[in-house]
Design a protein around this ligand. Sequence first.
Ligand SMILES: *[C@@H]1O[C@H](CO)[C@@H](O)[C@H](O)[C@H]1NC(C)=O
Ligand SMILES: *[C@@H]1O[C@H](CO)[C@@H](O)[C@H](O)[C@H]1NC(C)=O
Ligand SMILES: *[C@@H]1O[C@H](CO)[C@@H](O)[C@H](O)[C@H]1NC(C)=O
Ligand SMILES: *[C@@H]1O[C@H](CO)[C@@H](O)[C@H](O)[C@H]1NC(C)=O
Ligand SMILES: *[C@@H]1O[C@H](CO)[C@@H](O)[C@H](O)[C@H]1NC(C)=O
Ligand SMILES: *[C@@H]1O[C@H](CO)[C@@H](O)[C@H](O)[C@H]1NC(C)=O
Ligand SMILES: *[C@@H]1O[C@H](CO)[C@@H](O)[C@H](O)[C@H]1NC(C)=O
Ligand SMILES: *[C@@H]1O[C@H](CO)[C@@H](O)[C@H](O)[C@H]1NC(C)=O
Ligand SMILES: *[C@@H]1O[C@H](CO)[C@@H](O)[C@H](O)[C@H]1NC(C)=O
Ligand SMILES: *[C@@H]1O[C@H](CO)[C@@H](O)[C@H](O)[C@H]1NC(C)=O
Ligand SMILES: *[C@@H]1O[C@H](CO)[C@@H](O)[C@H](O)[C@H]1NC(C)=O
Length: 416
Amino acid sequence: MNTKSLLLAHLVACVAALGVVQAVMLEVREGNSTCIKADLSASLSITYNTPTTSTTVQFNLPDSTTVDVGSSSCGSDGRPALLVGVFGPGHSLGLLFSTNGSVYNVDMLSLQYNLSDSSLFPLANSSNVVTVMTNSVGIWALLNTTYRCVSPASIPVEGAMVTFSGVRMEAYMTQEDLSPAESVCTADQTVTTATPTTASPTTTPAPTPAPPGPPEQGNYSVTTGNGTLCLKAMMGLQLNISYTSQSQNKTVQGLVNIHPNLTVSSGTCGPSISTLVLTHEGNTNLSFTFTLNTTSNKYHLSGLMLAANWPDMSDPVSVSNSSLTYLSSSWGQSYLCNSEQTLSIAEAFSINTFRLRVQPFAVSGGQFAAAEECQMDQDQMLIPIVVGAALSGLVLVVLIAYLIGRKRSNAGYQTI
Ligand SMILES: *[C@@H]1O[C@H](CO)[C@@H](O)[C@H](O)[C@H]1NC(C)=O
Ligand SMILES: *[C@@H]1O[C@H](CO)[C@@H](O)[C@H](O)[C@H]1NC(C)=O
Ligand SMILES: *[C@@H]1O[C@H](CO)[C@@H](O)[C@H](O)[C@H]1NC(C)=O
Ligand SMILES: *[C@@H]1O[C@H](CO)[C@@H](O)[C@H](O)[C@H]1NC(C)=O
Ligand SMILES: *[C@@H]1O[C@H](CO)[C@@H](O)[C@H](O)[C@H]1NC(C)=O
Ligand SMILES: *[C@@H]1O[C@H](CO)[C@@H](O)[C@H](O)[C@H]1NC(C)=O
Ligand SMILES: *[C@@H]1O[C@H](CO)[C@@H](O)[C@H](O)[C@H]1NC(C)=O
Ligand SMILES: *[C@@H]1O[C@H](CO)[C@@H](O)[C@H](O)[C@H]1NC(C)=O
Ligand SMILES: *[C@@H]1O[C@H](CO)[C@@H](O)[C@H](O)[C@H]1NC(C)=O
Ligand SMILES: *[C@@H]1O[C@H](CO)[C@@H](O)[C@H](O)[C@H]1NC(C)=O
Ligand SMILES: *[C@@H]1O[C@H](CO)[C@@H](O)[C@H](O)[C@H]1NC(C)=O
């Protein structure tokens, strides 16, 4: 039984290692016994300030990460159950657990990073050690079971994002090794549908999800060095990319919604060129370039760049097109398109936009200026107007008929 679960654990670790990020094994011990064990991969995405703007760095939790024995603890002597992994010069990732006797969960995730580390943060304008934390982690399991989540799960932590994948973890352990009984996260349950009793990790998760619904509308912005908001965008984005699937060994059509909660925005503003960079789940980078024609005083989306490295892609995808003419409007105004719009970028890549409003220049007071609305919205406005006009015509006809009828019956009564 034990060797079997060890083998399974090993298999999961290998599968995770074959993916994009390497697996890390962390263990907290007290005396001779293990109380917390975590086998996981994590990708970290951190946004930090540079002298002129802000930028985002993305890296994986290195396999050289070790447990900080001094600050980690098993949860006895009134101390909380805490797992702290340390890496590099003064970086760390901490998981604080709690339990109510039947369920244990991660109460808090903390991330500490040292901006003096010029290999990770070459452009940082500060040398501070920054600590960010969150209480919304969403990791919980029954006591005496192993929490399993092979699917990637991103956790926003203030200006950073931690994406876990290939997780097998247990706290408050009563035996030396991870329990063979598992609490499987929701994401894995939907991926590998029919494996409720036998806790076998089967193969890799099926990488073709059902087509997503319309994307959530995100609120993105870019600020200048002095904190003034200079580019504002609200939009729902759906990427449509054809790429070679590793698991299926063929070209597939990937439809992915950009989740605002899992997206970090950055960029730059200039007098005639502004860019908005969106980093989604640490594996998708989208860069929008807006150009202002200073002669005509009109701007448009002139360039778009995508770099994506999704788990199932056999090769990272990188596409750009710098001769676009989408989303055009006048300086000092915003561009609005509530209707779904498709921006074709290249043969293998398009973006569907939903409820979009953007202003890349001359944003004042953090608010959108008056909008120029896209043709599609105007066409849609026409339908209710036409229907309205038809209805009011009908009402008029009925009214006239009624008045005529009333006049006739009035006349009828008078003769009696
Ligand atoms: C740890 O293990 C050693 C040998 O296996 C044993 O002698 C010792 O008593 C154990 N200590 C505790 C605290 O269980
Ligand atoms: C932060 O990094 C710098 C340079 O690598 C190092 O000298 C310093 O000790 C680190 N700080 C901490 C708290 O580890
Ligand atoms: C522990 O928490 C879970 C989830 O919040 C709840 O369902 C369960 O009833 C709690 N158990 C006890 C003993 O409080
Ligand atoms: C977990 O296992 C330990 C030791 O086997 C047992 O004492 C405890 O009651 C179990 N807890 C739950 C909630 O099953
Ligand atoms: C770093 O730059 C940001 C804005 O880019 C600014 O808010 C911050 O004060 C700067 N920090 C230092 C130490 O210069
Ligand atoms: C910030 O800088 C811009 C120019 O880059 C300037 O127009 C604006 O007044 C400045 N705002 C503040 C609050 O200093
Ligand atoms: C995705 O792109 C393909 C190829 O261009 C197209 O056939 C398909 O309709 C698009 N899907 C959506 C939902 O836009
Ligand atoms: C993938 O498909 C191609 C042809 O469609 C085939 O030659 C190749 O061997 C396949 N590779 C794998 C790993 O199945
Ligand atoms: C994003 O965050 C908001 C508020 O924090 C929450 O209401 C919403 O459900 C979240 N959406 C997703 C997809 O997690
Ligand atoms: C700017 O607009 C003017 C007038 O519409 C046009 O003639 C010119 O070619 C445009 N310049 C660029 C660089 O597109
Ligand atoms: C770039 O976009 C334009 C406009 O959609 C299109 O005509 C052109 O073919 C695209 N270029 C490439 C290299 O796909």
